[in-house]
Write a protein that binds this ligand. Sequence first.
Ligand SMILES: Nc1nc2c(ncn2[C@@H]2O[C@H](COP(=O)(O)OP(=O)(O)OP(=O)(O)O)[C@@H](O)[C@H]2O)c(=O)[nH]1
Ligand SMILES: [Mg+2]
Ligand SMILES: [Zn+2]
Length: 317
Amino acid sequence: MNKTKNTDHTGIVIQSTGSWYIVRNPQGELISCRIKGKFKIAGIKSTNPIAVGDKVSFVRMKDEDTAVIDTIEPRHNYIIRKSINLSKQTHIIAANIDHAFLVITISQPRTSLGFIDRFLLTTEAYHIPVVLVFNKTDLNTPEEQEIQERWIEKYRQIAYQSIQTSALTGQGLEELKTLMKSGTNMFSGHSGVGKSALINTLQPGLKIKTAHISSFNLKGRHTTTFAQMHPLDFGGYIIDTPGIKEFGLVDFKKEDVSGYFPEMRALLNQCKYNNCLHVNEPKCAVKQAVLDGKIAESRYNNYLAIINDENYNKKPF
Ligand SMILES: Nc1nc2c(ncn2[C@@H]2O[C@H](COP(=O)(O)OP(=O)(O)OP(=O)(O)O)[C@@H](O)[C@H]2O)c(=O)[nH]1
Ligand SMILES: [Mg+2]
Ligand SMILES: [Zn+2]
């Protein structure tokens, strides 16, 4: 039998571990695939040429259960992080994401507004709808709950949706489920915020490994080490990703960054100079809005940090 004549030769990469990829075809069959020789994608200097979420086609090997990936469809989008050791290289966490969920915890571990705003910049640039998931609400002290509600209000004002959840008590999980649509949903956030724990409650039977955060420094232990995509009974997929410390931003130009802050974007044509960076130019509508309390100071300060951060102004690949 010539297996190369099978028509089921396309699918989505649901897992990648080193040199092997698991591809799920439209019939739900899982195929172990390799890539042939050096498979480089033009223009991307990445440690992994193919990522979870990539749509690929493959050729089955005769008399073997394995296959070789030979083409990859162009990506609609992707989320990258900088590689830990090779500063100029990037690692693609996941590709072709339809809905992103940023899992946030106020204190165990602590998520910063700077981290949230960098994530929102990336999803905004790719037009990926995003929901902020404040997890471990059961652990919040009254003060932490107050901070959480203040943050939720801050983002609500710029039209970002938030929900409050607890994988432990079940709070908010039904709501979270209704927000997960068909297509590819991705959970992202620091290590230890409960991404895998939430996914386990949403899709019983998965039994993804989770681990306590360190009691020493309240940081996660990087329990999930590679992205993995799981089909959901109620439709679509969920990608569980490893916790990240920092996002690698795609190749933004300094002058484009404010266009990815929706509350600034709305004012850009009111600045005196059309190339205004909103730093110290006169008659700047963005700075005025910060003074008037219409733009949150934290958002403006994070904007400044991004445009002043050397690393974010260089092309990462
Ligand atoms: N109290 C409480 N604990 C939670 C909640 N969600 C998760 N946890 C616990 O937090 C710890 C970390 O959860 P994980 O699901 O492993 O975290 P993760 O975000 O997947 O972490 P990485 O895989 O390292 O990126 C585990 O001990 C979970 O049981 C929650 O809502 N409340
Ligand atoms: Mg995990
Ligand atoms: Zn301006």
